[in-house]
Write a protein that binds this ligand. Sequence first.
Ligand SMILES: *Cc1c(COP(=O)(O)O)cnc(C)c1O
Length: 410
Amino acid sequence: MFRINDHYLKLKAGYLFPEISRRVKQFAEANPDASLIRLGIGDVTEPLTPSVIKAMHDAVDGMATHDGFHGYGPEQGYSWLREVVARHDYQERGCQIDAEEIFISDGSKCDTGNILDILGAGNRIAVQDPVYPVYIDTNVMAGNTGKADDSGEYQGLIYLRADETNQFQPALPDEPVDVIYLCYPNNPTGTAADRTVLERWVQYARDNKALILFDAAYEAFITDPKLPRSIYEIPGARDVAIEFRSFSKTAGFTGTRCALTIVPRDLVGRDSGGDPVQVHKLWNRRQSTKFNGVSYITQRGAAATYTEQGRKEVRQRIGFYMENAAIIRKALGSMGWKVFGGIHAPYVWVRVPGGMDSWGFFDKLLNEAHVVGTPGSGFGRSGEGYFRLSAFNSRAKVEQAMERIAKKLG
Ligand SMILES: *Cc1c(COP(=O)(O)O)cnc(C)c1O
């Protein structure tokens, strides 16, 4: 008889998005003529840009020829992609990251989970609360937590609370931790981190020999050039941080799949005997064994986002979403609601008006304005009383949603 991984049984049955779907379905069945506007999902809505499409078409045509055919590529990604990433995303911003430290992958959701393969048991893990749920669930699956309590929080995880009282920047942990997940600009709160915030974390990690797992999936949405886009803009971060980036939100690759993970050669962990081990070697071994690379066609598409024209197109797409975010901020703010985020991230984090809870507000917005958002409590305890609206939609839908909210809830 075979056994399953018992840790999976500790997972709370993927509560948030299935529950949203259930409520939306129920509403739609009862109100077949209502036209719903979805500002809930963290998926892009604009198509791939012309440069990306052209590069991918050319790659497909190449694949039809003996000369241009590509079979298995390097597990770490093609060097022509790793090199443009190193130059444009890192070296041009003063970060000492070279191509060999960049691993191209099929997603940063996957990599933030997979990274646990190379970490040992017994690490004390800290997550921001509210949080991108993947960090928590992958730790549950890996056996790094105990059971969930009645509030849905797992024993053994350290939750770093983020709310209005600390401007959504959690304090340093007051107990020792070994691994810290940071997401900036943040999903779900839409908050960015300035240099001071990141310097404090890097210093903490150095002092405590901790590892920072830095999710920069939304770095391209940062509008203030003074804000750091990478953890490696902070001196000393090469010794303590792994960074995850993705073409998903940046260039509309959510369905195409391409991302990257940076593992600096200076990052050294300890084995159970206390001896130093280069983390880069372990990740390289892990990827070479369990991953066979991103398709050639996809990597050609990703590389096209770094040409002059490609960069212009990507900036235009991001600018479009950020105008949506500004429209949402302005509309809700002018109703006297408290809004956060939406300046350096495609998410607006709204303080639920009138002291309602997050799910109560979800139902009200759905039933009265026919707008779907995401209840903040679904991202963790500190998200209770907040609501996330996403800027990923057409201009017409965003404007219509704001008009409806003003009319029905204003
Ligand atoms: C969307 C998102 C990602 C990107 O995941 P991919 O697997 O690369 O599509 C990563 N982290 C966060 C916080 C996200 O919201």
